[in-house]
Design a protein around this ligand. Structure first.
Ligand code: NDP
Ligand code: OXD
Length: 315
C-alpha cells in the first residue's frame, strides 16, 4: 500500500483540496491537517502556508508540493526536511496572472481612473490617448508567469521590457538582467509590473529609490506600479509617499506584507491606489491535483520532477 498524502492548507478551501486528492489520489490515503493520523506513513505533503515545523514531524516524507507558485512561506520554515520541493506552475495560473496585469496596465494606459472620476461628476470630457506603442511597460521577473505576461503585453502593442537574474531572449521584448541591468530597465519603464518571487535579494526591492528611477515624462503620463508578486517585495510607506509626491501616479497592489491588508492601512483609501485581495492568480484545483499526481507518478518511477524549487536561490 502506498504512503499517505497529507493536505495542509491554511484557508477555507482546505477540505475541498482534501476531497479532490481523495478522488484523484490513486488509492493513497489522504489526511487533512490537523488530523494527521499516523505521521510515519505520510509520504507526500501538499501545503499552502502550513505551520512551520509540521513537515519535520513526518519521518517518511518523500516529496513536498507547494500548492501555489510562491514558496517564500515554505522556505522560511527553519525545520524544513531535506526532500525535493515542487511548486505550482501551469498555463492556467500564468494566464490568470497575465489577465490581471493586462487589465491594470490597460486601466492606466486608457486613463480609466480619470474617466471614472469624471463619471462621478457627470463630466463628458475626452483626453488625448496615446497608442500602446508609445508606452513603455516593464516586467520584473521573466519566469513562468512573467514570460507569458510580456508576450501578451507585446501582442497588444506596448513597448515591453523584462528584467530577470539570467539573460533571456523573448521575441519582441527588450530584456535586461542582473543588478547591472536594473537601472537601464527602470529608466525606460513607465508602467512597472512586478512578478518577482520573494527572496533574500528581492525583499523590499519596491522602494522609494527604485520608484525615483522610473520614467515619468513618457506617453503614459507618469510612472505606475503594479505588484502581483509578493507583499514583502514592497515598502508600503514608500509607496504612499511616492503616490503623494507624484513619484508614482498610481499603484495597483494585489499583495501586502500583512494579509489581509489591515483596515487601518492608509492604502485602502488612497485615491491613487487600487487594492485587490491577493486574487491575481488562481488555478482550477482539478488541474493542480492532476499535476500533483503526475509528479507523484514521476517520483515513484524515479523520473526527474518538474518545477523543482531551488532552495539556495529561494524560488
Ligand atoms: P519563476 O520562479 O518561474 O520566475 C521568477 C522570475 O524572477 C525569474 O525570471 C527569475 O530570474 C526572476 N528573479 C528572481 N530573483 C531575481 C532577482 N534578484 N533579480 C532579477 N530577477 C529575479 O516564478 P513564477 O513566474 O511562477 O512566479 C513569480 C512569483 O509570482 C511567485 O514567486 C509568486 O510570489 C507570485 N505569484 C503571485 C500570485 C498572485 O496571486 N498574486 C499568483 C502566482 C504567483 P531567472 O529566470 O533568471 O531565474
Ligand atoms: C501564489 C499563487 O503564489 O497564488 O500567490 O500561486
Amino acid at each position: 500500500m502506498s504512503g499517505a498524502i497529507l493536505v495542509a492548507v491554511d484557508g477555507p478551501q482546505a477540505a475541498q483540496w482534501a476531497e479532490l486528492f481523495r478522488s484523484h489520489g490513486e488509492g493513497r490515503p489522504v489526511r487533512l491537517w490537523p488530523e494527521i493520523g499516523d505521521a510515519s506513513d505520510v509520504e507526500i505533503a501538499c501545503v499552502w502556508r502550513a505551520p512551520h515545523g509540521l513537515l519535520a514531524t513526518l519521518p517518511k516524507l518523500r516529496l513536498i508540493v507547494n500548492l501555489a507558485a510562491g514558496v517564500d512561506h515554505l522556505l522560511a520554515d527553519p525545520n524544513l526536511p531535506d526532500v525535493p520541493i515542487v511548486r505550482a506552475a501551469h498555463a492556467d495560473l500564468s494566464m490568470r496572472v497575465t489577465e490581471y496585469v493586462v487589465l491594470h496596465t490597460l486601466r492606466y494606459h486608457r486613463r480609466q481612473p480619470l474617466y471614472e472620476a469624471q463619471q462621478r461628476q457627470r463630466l463628458w470630457k475626452e483626453h488625448p490617448q496615446p497608442a500602446a506603442s508609445e508606452v513603455a511597460v516593464g516586467v520584473m521577473g521573466l519566469g513562468v508567469i512573467g514570460t507569458e505576461a510580456v508576450r501578451v503585453l507585446a501582442r497588444i502593442g506596448f513597448r515591453v521590457a523584462g528584467w530577470s537574474t539570467s539573460e533571456k531572449l523573448v521575441d519582441g521584448v527588450e530584456t535586461f538582467h542582473g543588478p547591472a541591468g536594473l537601472d537601464p530597465f527602470l529608466a525606460r519603464t513607465e508602467i512597472l509590473i512586478c512578478l518577482l518571487p520573494l527572496t533574500k535579494t528581492t525583499r523590499g526591492i519596491l522602494n522609494r529609490s527604485l520608484f525615483a528611477r522610473l520614467k515619468r515624462d513618457g506617453a503614459a503620463g507618469g510612472a505606475f506600479l503594479i505588484n502581483a508578486g509578493r507583499g514583502r517585495l514592497q515598502i508600503d510607506g514608500d509607496i504612499l509617499a511616492a503616490l503623494d509626491d507624484g513619484t508614482l501616479s498610481g499603484a495597483t497592489l494585489d499583495v501586502f506584507p500583512h494579509e489581509p491588508l489591515p483596515p487601518e492601512s492608509s492604502l485602502w483609501a488612497h485615491p491613487k491606489a487600487t487594492i485587490t485581495p491577493h486574487n491575481a492568480g488562481d488555478i482550477l484545483p482539478d488541474i493542480l491535483v492532476a499535476e500533483v499526481m503526475a509528479q507523484v507518478a514521476r517520483l515513484d518511477r524515479g523520473e526527474p520532477l518538474l518545477n523543482v524549487v531551488d532552495r539556495t536561490r529561494g524560488y
